[in-house]
Design a protein around this ligand. Structure first.
Ligand code: PLP
Length: 423
């Protein structure tokens, strides 16, 4: 075997020789704006960059309103409260998401009911959502997760029919479009995170989008100690969840590049998807719903079939690929297993709840979430997709190389186990 066909794991040369494109990216535009902001002393309190960003982002998503907040967890809290969620109400959340989606509901006193995800897209399964509805259900949070959108036709139809408010969690997909309508403009309100890893980022930050002026006004009161958008003291309880001019500058710069980057990522994902189909083997891209007219990618969602790899686990497969220079990640663990969900313990950071009204997370098992986490879901982080075609082809070569070496990886297993025992 030559050095190029021997797995890097077994001492061969890695298939991918170039480093993964860097993230986050900043340009000269925001560097110049940032210097001017720093010297101006106008650093907060709805300054000109914050106002401009909100106008630009609202127009990008296709909503009448947008508000900048300090992160993508408080955006969810404020969005839920703005659509009328109160303590004791239930909010339906997919069993696979970042813990903040559930935490936001808990922190405003709501109870969270977890529902299973679609095994292909990993997004909230509309049938599981409908089964989870009770007389206490006030809102649902469809999370457009990784590189696929929720079935928004089905989720909106169920929600309108059952009188349930829809808070889209768009932390992963700034710029995705469903039938040409922006994610964050489909439900009653959209919530965005601009944390450092996200495709539009300012280090930490968040935004709420809506077409409803009343929702917009309530979110303002909640983020600005009870004051309305005209800065008049209202009679609502509120916090300080304000953003800054420095965040707005970075976001405006990022937004000026976002469409080009999204198109690049989409083209790379299509190239990878076609390449994987040609190569065959245990990994494929998840199917893209034709109603998704633009797909933004926090990650590209991949499906791994261990049976097509003779039982090689996705962790073993991913380890071999990582040695070649392509680090595929696993998903979030089931969110109902997160330590933060231990609501039965008085040391929980979440206020103690009436146990008789809680879904029992300790015995909860959502089969599609569990199988995706344990066996089938793999993710390619969005920075890989920013590479040029030659780079994308080198990623495909790495996959082809590992696929060809699956028999060798399986054969090496007992030897490794043996070596571990004698070590
Ligand atoms: C799906 C999802 N929702 C909400 C959040 C929370 O955003 P933030 O970290 O800005 O509070 C994140 C952050 O990673 C996320 O991935």
């Amino acid at each position: 075997m030559s050095l190029t066909t021997t797995l890097a794991l077994h001492g061969g040369a890695p298939a991918v020789s170039r480093p993964v494109p860097a993230w986050p990216i900043a340009g000269d535009l925001e560097a110049a704006w940032m210097e001017a902001v720093v010297r101006s002393g106008a650093w907060s309190w709805n300054g000109p960059h914050e106002q401009a960003f909100c106008r630009e982002f609202a127009s990008f998503i296709g909503t009448k309103h947008c508000m900048l907040l300090s992160n993508g967890t408080v955006t969810l809290q404020c969005a839920l409260q703005a659509v009328g969620v109160e303590p004791g109400d239930e909010v339906i959340v997919p069993g696979m998401t970042w813990v903040a989606t559930a935490q936001a509901a808990f922190d405003i006193g709501a109870d969270v009911v977890f529902a299973d995800v679609d095994p292909e897209t990993l997004c909230l399964d509309p049938k599981a959502y409908e089964r989870a509805i009770t007389p206490r259900t006030k809102a649902v949070i469809p999370v457009h997760l990784y590189g696929a959108m929720c079935d928004m036709d089905a989720i909106m139809e169920i929600s309108r029919r059952r009188g349930i408010k829809v808070v889209e969690d768009v932390a992963h997909q700034h710029g995705s479009r469903w039938r040409n309508v922006g994610a964050g403009a489909i439900g009653d309100v959209g919530s965005f995170s601009m944390q450092q890893s996200k495709v539009l980022t300012c280090g930490e930050g968040g935004a709420v989008t809506t077409n409803d002026p009343q929702v917009h006004e309530i979110v303002h009161c909640l983020k600005h100690v009870g004051h309305t958008p005209g800065f008049v003291a209202g009679n609502r309880y509120g916090h300080n969840y304000r953003g800054t001019e420095m965040q707005a500058v970075l976001l405006r710069g990022g937004l000026s590049r976002l469409t080009e980057q999204t198109l690049r990522r989409e083209a790379s994902a299509a190239r990878i998807s076609a390449g994987l189909e040609r190569i065959g083997g245990p990994v494929r891209a998840v199917a893209r719903d034709p109603r998704v007219t633009r797909q933004a990618h926090y990650c590209m969602t991949l499906y791994y079939d261990p049976q097509r790899a003779g039982g090689l686990t996705k962790a073993e497969y991913a380890a071999a690929l990582a040695a070649e220079g392509l680090h595929l990640q696993s998903t979030y663990p089931p969110v109902y297993r997160a330590p933060l969900m231990n609501l039965y313990d008085r040391t929980s950071p979440v206020p103690f709840r009436d146990q008789s009204r809680l879904q029992d997370y300790r015995s909860l098992k959502l089969p599609n979430v569990e199988r995706a986490v344990a066996e089938t879901a793999l993710l390619m982080f969005h920075t890989y997709l920013l590479g040029d075609d030659a780079y994308i082809d080198s990623l495909l070569s790495a996959i082809e190389k590992v696929n060809a070496a699956i028999p060798a990886l399986l054969a090496a297993r007992p030897a490794q186990a043996q070596a571990k025992k004698s070590a």
